[in-house]
Design a protein around this ligand. Structure first.
Ligand code: GDP
Ligand code: MG
Length: 194
């Protein structure tokens, strides 16, 4: 299960993107405390079966602490801005900081949405910012159905890559994961006591 966050300023198209991507599986679950939308989607990525759980902040909760409680446990993040409103591009940094405080360095992509409208942010600027942040950049239009599947598949691939890298690191340094439910030595020895 990959929990994926979709964040960005109000009205950039977060809910529309998630709805379009997840089609019928979208549910508009209103959770009073955090006001979020939730969608799930099953997909196959290069032979890996994955389940997405995609979250976007429904309303705009005023308090950072409320937003941050919703970030917990995320494996990836989609930062969205609206290419027709420059201030939404300039706000990306604020969203990165806020997510970073809770999630640390998790895989992310940046989406410039609404490319069917007159632009205030050029493709090149979006690319440059994304490169600095080390995140892939996509431009989308929900209205014209451009690049939406590609964007959401890309975040899944990044998450898979991250998981594989951490497995390789564990193998390389022979770090053996602690096994849950393994009887402790006391439990094991108690067999003999009985
Ligand atoms: P959110 O607040 O980020 O979740 O934004 P919404 O998904 O509610 O979208 C805000 C408004 O932008 C709605 O009126 C959408 O219909 C519109 N919108 C979303 N995506 C696009 C797009 O690609 N092109 C255009 N022209 N409008 C869009
Ligand atoms: Mg929304």
């Amino acid at each position: 299960m990959f929990k994926i966050l979709v964040v960005g300023s109000g009205a950039v198209g977060k809910t529309s993107l998630v709805k379009k991507y997840s089609e019928n599986s979208f549910s508009d679950n209103y959770l009073p405390t955090i006001g979020s939308n939730f969608a799930s989607k099953k997909l196959s990525l290069d032979g890996n079966e994955v389940n997405y759980q995609i979250w976007d902040l429904g309303g705009q909760p005023q308090f950072k602490i409320v937003r941050q409680s919703f970030y917990r446990g995320a494996k990836g993040v989609v930062y969205v801005f609206d290419v027709s409103r420059r201030e939404t591009f300039e706000s990306l940094e604020k969203w990165r900081e806020e997510v970073g405080e809770v999630c640390g360095e998790i895989p992310g992509i940046i989406i410039g949405n609404k490319i069917d409208l007159p632009r205030k942010v050029e493709t090149e600027e979006g690319h440059q910012y994304s490169q600095c942040m080390n995140n892939p950049y996509f431009e989308t239009s929900v209205f014209l159905n451009i690049n939406i599947d590609e964007s959401f598949e890309s975040i899944g691939r990044l998450i898979i890559k991250r998981i594989q890298n951490s497995q390789n690191t564990r193998e390389k340094y022979s770090i053996i994961p602690v096994q849950k439910n393994q009887p402790s030595s006391i439990e094991r020895s108690s067999k003999f006591l009985w």
